[in-house]
Design a protein around this ligand. Structure first.
Ligand code: PRP
Ligand code: URA
Length: 213
């Protein structure tokens, strides 16, 4: 695990994850492969990101004997930030089909990079279990902070975030405003450019997932 200077950041830099992330970063990688890779990386990250899920004992009968197993004891909610978070959500649901999905529509204003919220649909009992905020890109941190704020207002206390590429600015902003939210990322990149894109990053994740540019 690569060392990092942020107490809220967990780098999940398994060789399989970095291999796939490198192909995804490549500007020549087209939408169908990019979308598949984003889902696959999310699935690989899930092993560590879901490690904290609470379990309860469950007595079952195998074909051979009665034994004590374990089941996840609380309802888990994935909250993708639209649009790009959808790409990771598919990979996470493949591993945890029981998870509910709350959709949160937020986009960055192209001039100011400030978040604009346009949609929200959450499970009514979202606060009863762990919530995973899902977005491949953490750039200025504006979208993630706005999303975390909304989830807190709904009473969520067990929050964490999963992303693919994080910029130091976004991690620092989350640390300042939401220090108790762990962020799991596949990479901590260098910086933001003058348009607030992550460098080296992977470009506009939503456009690349959905082929809109
Ligand atoms: C991207 C990305 C994040 C946000 C990150 O979404 O998926 O939600 O930008 O930037 P920030 O940390 O500076 O807020 P975008 O605004 O491009 O919306 P889209 O997915 O609908 O294209
Ligand atoms: N959103 C993206 O999709 N990419 C970036 O580099 C920054 C914000």
């Amino acid at each position: 695990m690569t060392a990092n200077r942020y107490p809220n950041l967990r780098l999940l830099d398994h060789p399989l994850i970095l291999h796939k992330l490198t192909i995804a970063r490549d500007a020549r990688t087209k939408s169908p492969e990019f979308r598949r890779l984003i889902g696959e990386i999310a699935g690989l990250m899930a092993f560590e990101t879901f490690r904290h899920l609470p379990l309860e004992p469950r007595r079952i009968e195998t074909p051979v004997a009665v034994t004590e197993g374990a089941r996840i004891s609380q309802p888990v909610t994935l909250v993708p930030i639209l649009r790009a978070g959808i790409g990771m959500t598919e990979g996470l649901l493949a591993l945890l089909p029981e998870a509910r999905v709350g959709h949160l529509g937020i986009y960055r204003d192209e001039e100011t990079a400030t978040p604009v919220r346009y949609y929200s649909k959450m499970p009514v009992d979202i606060a009863d279990g762990p919530v995973l905020l899902v977005d491949p890109m953490l750039a200025t941190g504006g979208s993630a902070c706005a999303a975390a704020e909304e989830l807190r207002q709904l009473g969520c206390t067990n929050l964490r975030m999963i992303c693919l590429v994080a910029a130091p600015q976004g991690v620092e902003r989350m640390l300042e405003i939401h220090p108790d939210i762990p962020i799991h990322t596949a990479a901590l990149d260098e910086r933001l450019d003058e348009n607030n894109y992550i460098v080296p990053g992977l470009g506009d994740a939503g456009d690349r997932i959905f082929g809109t540019r």
